[in-house]
Ligand binder design. Structure first.
Ligand code: NAP
Ligand code: GLV
Length: 309
């Protein structure tokens, strides 16, 4: 069996060492143009040439949860695409989103600014029921985030493609449920995959549906959000702020208005990082299962090419 590693912007050596430790009798190598084809591949944003040189590939393992970059490429038709299934990301995402929501709700930014001025001040406590949090995307990450927010007694809503039942979360689904979901939400969290259906989903029309004083937390992909529409709604006062981890262009260009907007908090695509050891263990387990003859459908995280996630 041959495993090829082809990940841009990733230090290859520790991944190769981890995969070699999992498969000591097999051939694990970093891809170079013209290399012999592999049976399995571990990838992140691979070049098209890599994919074009893989006639016998059985599965491509993406070292992230989102496969949007991969789905834009011409994939070997016989190869399944498998994304990371949690692998330590959901707890990070729950931490990040709860932190952003709590920081906004409890006005910790305001307290921090007051304390820096040497001011001992009190703000009137806000009512939790006035801050319903709506999570778009109730998959591996979104469901964990919604459950974590519910632990803090926020009213929590969720929206997904198929109907769901999650304790403590009021669930909406499909286009038919979107309007009611948005109009009942004040803090909107995006955890959707990026697909043709979800691109630009946070725009002037949808964000205007949020309750007044709305807040946006985007931890999915930059292209879910129409930047100018967010800024216009912040400047008009309909929205109170945003925490953004992902951007249309990354790194966020130096001249982009998000950097300096007083109501926007920017983080550098770090809400849920790929954890190398956990990811290698997950991918190695799946390669071993496939190699032993298990059907691909028995694995978690197999991407449906028709849905694009
Ligand atoms: P997932 O398990 O595939 O969940 C996707 C969720 O979105 C599902 O609930 C799905 O509905 C819903 N959905 C998809 N298309 C929809 C549509 N058109 N309308 C309504 N709902 C729709 O994905 P995940 O593992 O939770 O990851 C979600 C995304 O987070 C990734 O794709 C990635 O872009 C992003 N991410 C970001 C970071 C970061 O550091 N910022 C890290 C990891 C992941 P169904 O349940 O009905 O299918
Ligand atoms: C990160 O953004 C991922 O998709 O894993």
């Amino acid at each position: 069996m041959k495993i090829s590693f082809c990940c841009t912007d990733t230090k290859a050596e520790p991944w190769l060492a981890g995969l070699r430790a999992a498969f000591p009798a097999d051939h694990v190598e970093q891809w170079a143009p013209g290399a012999a084809p592999a049976d399995y591949a571990v990838v992140w944003a691979p070049p098209q040439q890599f994919l074009d040189e893989q006639p016998q590939l059985k599965a491509l393992f993406n070292i992230g949860a989102g496969v949007d970059a991969l789905m834009k490429l011409r994939l070997p038709p016989q190869a399944a695409v498998v994304r990371l299934d949690d692998a330590g990301m959901s707890v990070q995402m729950a931490e990040y989103v709860c932190h952003a929501v709590i920081r906004h709700f409890r006005e910790f930014d305001g307290y921090e600014a007051d304390v820096k001025q040497g001011t001992w001040s009190y703000r009137k406590p806000r009512l939790r029921q006035d801050f319903p949090v709506g999570v778009m995307g109730l998959g591996v990450l979104g469901e964990r985030v919604a459950r974590a927010l519910a632990q803090f007694d926020y009213p929590v809503l969720g929206w997904s493609r198929s109907a769901k039942t999650i304790a403590g979360v009021q669930c909406f689904s499909g286009q038919a449920g979107l309007d009611d979901f948005l109009s009942s939400t004040r803090v909107l969290v995006c955890l959707l995959p990026l697909t043709p259906d979800t691109q630009d989903i946070m725009n002037r029309q949808t964000l205007s549906r949020l309750r007044p004083g709305g807040y946006v937390v985007n931890v999915a992909r930059g292209t879910h959000l129409v930047d100018e529409d967010l800024i216009a709604l912040l400047d008009s006062g309909h929205l109170a702020g945003a925490t953004l981890d992902v951007f249309r262009t990354e790194p966020l260009p130096a001249a982009h208005p998000f950097w300096k907007h007083p109501l926007i908090t920017v983080t550098p695509h770090t809400s849920a990082r790929t954890l190398r050891e956990e990811s290698i263990a997950q991918i190695a387990g799946k390669i071993a299962a496939l190699h032993a003859g298990q059907p691909i459908a028995s694995l978690a995280g197999v991407v449906d090419p028709k849905k694009g996630y």
